[in-house]
Design a protein around this ligand. Sequence first.
Ligand SMILES: [Zn+2]
Length: 358
Amino acid sequence: MHHLKRRSISIVVMLASIAVLVIAIHSSIYAMEEKKKQQLELEREVFYEKQLDRICSCMSDLQEDVSEMEELENAIQKLMESEETQNMYNNLASASEYAVKLESESISQGEEDEQQAVSCLSEVQILVDNVLQRNSDIANQTREMQNLCVVNHEASRKLLQSFKMENIDESSELYERLATIILNVESFWKNSEEKLQEIIDKSEAFEKEILSKQSECDSVFEILSAFENRKEALNYKLSILWDEPREVEMDEDLKGYASVENYNVTAYCACYQCSGNNTLTASGTMPKEYRTMAASKNLPFGTVLYVPALKNTPSNGWYIVEDRGGAIKGNRLDLYMGSHSQALQFGRQTMEVYVFVK
Ligand SMILES: [Zn+2]
């Protein structure tokens, strides 16, 4: 009996020990799984904290970019208001003023104004080149920055997508934090791109304005070259007066510098029938064959004429308006000749005439 009792006790103890062991094993497996789960959570959190850090540092870089962007915006504004730009405008305005005066001035009056206009214009040319260069530097920097924005914009978009692909619970706090920051960054890039585009537009508009100033320069140059041509014509006139008439090799070369019109040309001489009792021209000069031309009041005394059809005469086709005539009106000219028979022989002809000095 005693023996039986002892045996049953040892069975109970044994069963109990087995039970304890099983429980122990179960709980330790559970603990291990829990630990593993916690470990994973921790790792994931560390990973996303790192991502957050990365985005945050990206945000602080953005702050620097913002200041660079403002610098560019200031740079273009400063350039537009710069002394250089103002000088450019002022010099061009002065050049135009001098040039406008030239149009109504005689050669001797105009020489000084011409010099002034030329020196203003050369200043303008230098300033235009400088301002254009600086403007395009700013535009290029802005474009570079805009490209950077586009690249970064794309990168943050991809980052957000990668969170989705990693199946992070979209309702989790972590996802929300990440997404908010990334969306902020994205909207920053978008705004920046727009702002940079504004700077680029501004710079392009400014460039257009400067180029339009350049075409204003061209019209001043045209006036100057017309004046130069008048000087040239005066030289011809002088050379005719000195009986050293110049030959014109290329009639076409002169066309750009003169007004070319058809005139109805007749001839006259010093005889009583042609000139009455007048021995001097209406301008007070001694009339001279191959120099003196009578014209209407549309052509002031001293106006130089070139008549290609008469280029084979001793004056090579060059004449000066020195006389008037009762019948000489509008597009009519009267050519002074040495004899009445010559004048009669000339008759009446329509000729192309280059008018130089008005
Ligand atoms: Zn006559």
